[in-house]
Design a protein around this ligand. Structure first.
Ligand code: HEC
Length: 188
């Protein structure tokens, strides 16, 4: 009798511990997402370039969806603009940038599978930020200005993981962003 009671008590304690631990891990996952949101919106200002604008305001329906498909972008003329000290021209939505490096278009950071980061892994994301190379793959083209990779590369793994965890939770938006162009206006 005593033995059965003891087994019962141990079982109850065990189940309780498992429940408590899983609640904690759900909580710490949501803490991580919250931290990611804070870093993306308040500290690193990712939307400054990755969320297109309507006039002076952000178009929140397209939150972090990048340069809108088919939207116009400025072109840079090295010979006439360099002497005037002009380095970067930006589109009215502030998502496309032209300079001596060519033209870059802010990527779609939403988890859309075809046009966003849906198929990316955490490793690719952290790799891209750490190395400054497209998708973090050695031999790939560098990530172009004005994406501040050199600064973000100094973040610790915990913060980059939190940013990634948050990006996975935002609304997926289908928006095919132009590939970058070289100085001659051709794909890199
Ligand atoms: C000052 C503008 C700017 C800010 C701020 C910015 N980005 Fe970018 N980002 C860009 C541009 C432009 C590109 C496209 C560069 C290219 O195609 O080479 C880009 C590309 C990317 C890419 C794709 C990299 C690749 O491998 O092709 C990721 C991922 C990314 N940004 C994440 C972020 C995150 C996360 C933040 C905030 C922590 C952020 N960006 C803030 C401008 C910006």
């Amino acid at each position: 009798m005593h033995r059965n009671l003891l087994i019962f008590c141990v079982a109850v304690l065990f189940v309780g511990a498992v429940i408590a631990l899983s609640i904690r891990s759900v909580e710490s996952q949501s803490d991580m997402v919250q931290r990611g949101k804070y870093l993306v919106d308040a500290v690193a200002a990712c939307g400054y370039c990755h969320t297109p604008r309507t006039g002076a305001e952000y178009n929140m329906d397209m939150y972090l969806a990048g340069h809108l498909a088919g939207q116009r972008y400025p072109s840079y003329n090295l010979r006439s603009m360099m002497p005037l000290d002009i380095f970067i021209l930006t589109s009215t939505k502030m998502t496309a940038f032209s300079g001596p490096f060519g033209t870059s278009f802010a990527s779609n950071l939403t988890p859309d599978k075809e046009t966003g980061l849906g198929e990316w892994t955490e490793e690719m994301f952290i790799g891209a930020i750490r190395t400054g190379l497209h998708q973090g793959v050695e031999g790939n083209r560098p990530i172009l200005p004005p994406m501040p990779v050199k600064h973000y590369a100094q973040m610790n793994d915990e913060d980059l993981k939190a940013i990634w965890a948050y990006l996975k939770t935002i609304k997926p938006v289908k928006n095919e962003v132009n590939p970058p162009l070289n100085q001659r206006g051709r794909p890199y």
